[in-house]
Design a protein around this ligand. Structure first.
Ligand SMILES: C[S@@+](CC[C@H](N)C(=O)[O-])C[C@H]1O[C@@H](n2cnc3c(N)ncnc32)[C@H](O)[C@@H]1O
Length: 301
């Protein structure tokens, strides 16, 4: 696991916040589900932001949820395996509890937290942003198991998928993209397959999965500082994966730097995923009522 640089996370915050405007329909879906199922005395939510980093994603989720669930008690856990990032996160969200641990331990952690008297009766909500691509099959299994065990909801936003488009294009875009994509799969990481894999695993457990796009849309020169960092880091990763690309990369970078001053549009595709185990729990608790037509009229079963 490699921690993200705090200054990079701050640079991407307004760009992520803009992209997450497209994620609001999934927040609304989760809120509608919680509101429909809650008894009046059971409006408590235990939200765990996994891969919380310096807290920017939890701040966004917190604002979006509080605006929509004003009469709910909302408790935050910030989970990350990098203590230095969590130190920043704890300062940004003083009401949250930071926990330094790997995502693979989530089933045990969520069970322990929900059993604690302070969170008694809470619904479980897992959140994350800009995380899934670095996770492994073991991590995703832990995520789905936690939702399955506790009939929870999961909001997994801004996951990289296969696709970014630059205008104007360059003859080496495809080869650089292929090397970057291969780099994303190093050490067993699921890379851009992670959101699909997460939905597959969830559906196999009988949970509902809903998806939606949330691309970054960037344009230089206005987004020059962000694009300079973003493109140079993608290029470094591509050359790290395929050192033979260094000459191609040099030419590509010279052209791109000129365009950062004169005009360049970049679209980076992301996928958002909502996993809903609450509905499955309700179906278990309430026998399905089906209307069937018989020769003598309509009956219910
Ligand atoms: C790209 S950062 C995103 C941070 C934050 N969600 C945001 O949007 O600003 C990914 C974070 O996930 C954490 N992380 C990655 N893999 C992890 C794992 N297996 N267990 C716990 N934390 C992990 C990293 O330490 C890093 O802080």
């Amino acid at each position: 696991m490699t921690a993200a640089e705090p200054d990079w996370l701050d640079l991407r915050r307004p760009v992520d916040d803009a992209a997450r405007q497209k994620s609001l329909h999934l927040i609304d879906h989760a809120v509608a589900r919680l509101s429909a199922e809650a008894e009046s005395d059971e409006k408590r939510l235990l939200a765990i932001d996994i891969g919380a980093g310096t807290g920017n994603s939890a701040l966004w989720f917190d604002a979006a949820l509080r605006a929509r669930l004003p009469d709910w008690e909302l408790n935050w856990i910030l989970l990350d395996s990098d203590q230095a990032s969590l130190d920043y996160a704890a300062a940004a969200l003083p009401h949250a509890r930071p926990i330094c641990a790997p995502i693979a331990g989530l089933p045990t952690l969520s069970s322990e937290l929900l059993a604690a008297s302070e969170f008694h009766g809470s619904r479980l909500l897992l959140t994350c942003s800009a995380l899934l691509d670095v996770l492994t099959e073991t991590d995703l299994t832990a995520v789905v198991r936690s939702l399955d065990d506790h009939d929870g909801l999961g909001l997994f936003l801004l996951s990289i998928v296969d696709g970014w488009e630059l205008d104007p294009d360059h003859p080496s875009d495809a080869v650089i993209d292929a090397a970057f994509t291969a780099h994303q799969h190093r050490d067993g990481r699921l890379g851009h397959h992670a959101p699909e894999r997460l939905m597959d695993l969830a559906r196999r457990h009988g949970l509902t999965a809903v998806e939606g796009p949330s691309p970054w849309r960037l344009a230089a020169p206005a987004d020059r500082t962000f694009l300079n960092r973003f493109l140079s880091e993608r290029l470094d990763a591509a050359v790290d994966e395929r050192p033979g690309l260094s000459a191609v990369a040099e030419d590509w970078w010279t052209q791109r730097q000129k365009q950062l001053g004169s005009g360049l549009s970049v679209r980076v595709d992301h996928l958002d995923v909502l996993i809903d185990a609450v509905g499955r729990a309700c179906e278990r608790e309430t026998p399905t009522v089906r209307a069937i037509t018989t020769p003598t009229g309509t009956e219910t079963t």
